[in-house]
Design a protein around this ligand. Structure first.
Ligand code: ASP
Length: 344
């Protein structure tokens, strides 16, 4: 008889794990040991569940690489015990954390499903229950006694997305996330419909590898018409700067002014990698398509293709943190490591 899957829930904070104190209207973290009392529907799922909570659950605006490492270590130390993982996380920075975790694990053979909610669990119209129950169902779903999906995902409002393709698009709608450059991996309706042809290839036989992420001095610079020389010069002169993500216009275009081009050249000479990503929600960088990106291609900017800003930032942190092993940053950045980009 098939073994019943075992799921580990990791609660990090955010609205999903909160209850409203109706006297004061303040949101407070609820005691996760009482999760079955709060969501009795969990008793009907075809899996066993354990949960671990951060000692001090946090609003996801306070997340940083230290917490990403804590989540990843918790997963690794329970890797053989659980068949799948559900990470409950605030939605505000979920796309960053989930993207970071996707890079940190190589040879993943089990699902890591992030979810959260816009309304707390006890609220009448809450989205927390559906998001949590379906995220657990997805993590527990098996095919031929193996997890159906084995990658890092975000499940929100009836859709399963590849984590490193997501971005938060709404601060108030239940449909808070989108994956503009990659199709949904599953849809939850009357049935759970998996779009298996979009999954990453599974690597059941290789040992899972965790590489951590350290804090680095990287900068995200969003270009805008009229951005001043003084500002860009100052930012690029940041002491011990490790890398730059340049959010450029359209298909990766930037001003052609001499001062701007010279600043980029000088920075590259200091061995500081610069990645060109688009500030458009959807579509890809095509370096060299216009005169306004031809110089960028020529001087050796890294092509971010259709990567999200969240994935670009965390990918750069991941590569810089593991530079001893992952030596050729430009080549690795321009390749798909975990399905995060579509190189043209
Ligand atoms: N501010 C909350 C957080 O990101 C919002 C949420 O939980 O969705 O932690």
């Amino acid at each position: 008889m098939a073994k019943i899957p075992h799921i580990l829930i990791i609660y990090t904070g955010g609205t999903i794990g909160m209850m409203r104190d109706y006297k004061t209207n303040v949101l407070k973290a609820f005691d996760f040991d009482r999760i079955y009392k709060r969501i009795p529907e969990l008793n009907h799922l075809d899996c066993t569940i354990d949960s671990i909570s951060f000692d001090d659950p946090i609003d996801s605006s306070n997340m940083n690489p230290f917490h990403w490492n804590t989540i990843a270590e918790t997963i690794l130390s329970n890797y053989n015990k659980a068949d799948g993982f559900v990470v409950l996380h605030g939605s505000d920075t979920m796309a960053y954390t989930a993207s970071a975790i996707s890079f940190m694990f190589k040879n993943l053979s089990k699902p890591i499903i992030f979810t959260g909610s816009q309304l707390p669990i006890g609220d009448l119209r809450t989205d927390a229950k559906e998001n949590m129950i379906t995220a657990i169902e997805i993590a527990a779903n098996q095919f031929n006694d193996k997890p159906t999906i084995a990658e890092v995902c975000i499940y929100f409002e009836y859709k399963l997305y590849r984590a490193n393709r997501t971005t938060k698009i709404s601060a108030e709608q239940f449909e808070a996330f989108d994956s503009p450059n990659y199709p949904d991996l599953a849809e939850s309706g009357v049935h759970l419909k998996f779009n298996k042809h979009y999954f990453l290839a599974h690597t059941y036989n290789e040992k899972v590898i965790l590489r951590k992420i350290n804090n680095k001095n990287i900068v995200l610079l969003k270009l805008f018409p009229g951005i001043s020389q003084a500002v860009v010069k100052h930012i690029f002169a940041t002491p011990n700067l490790d890398g730059i993500i340049l959010e450029a216009f359209g298909s990766g275009n930037a001003p052609t002014s001499d001062w701007f081009i010279d600043l980029l050249k000088e920075t590259l000479k200091r061995n500081i990698p610069i990645v060109d990503v688009t500030q458009c929600v959807a579509g890809s960088v095509v370096l060299g398509k216009y005169e306004t990106s031809a110089k960028l291609l020529e001087m050796g900017l890294i092509n971010g293709y259709d990567i999200t800003t969240e994935a670009a930032l965390t990918k750069m942190l991941y590569l810089l943190s593991n530079a001893d092993e992952l030596t050729d940053l430009k080549t690795l950045f321009e390749s798909s490591l975990r399905g995060e980009i579509t190189p043209i």
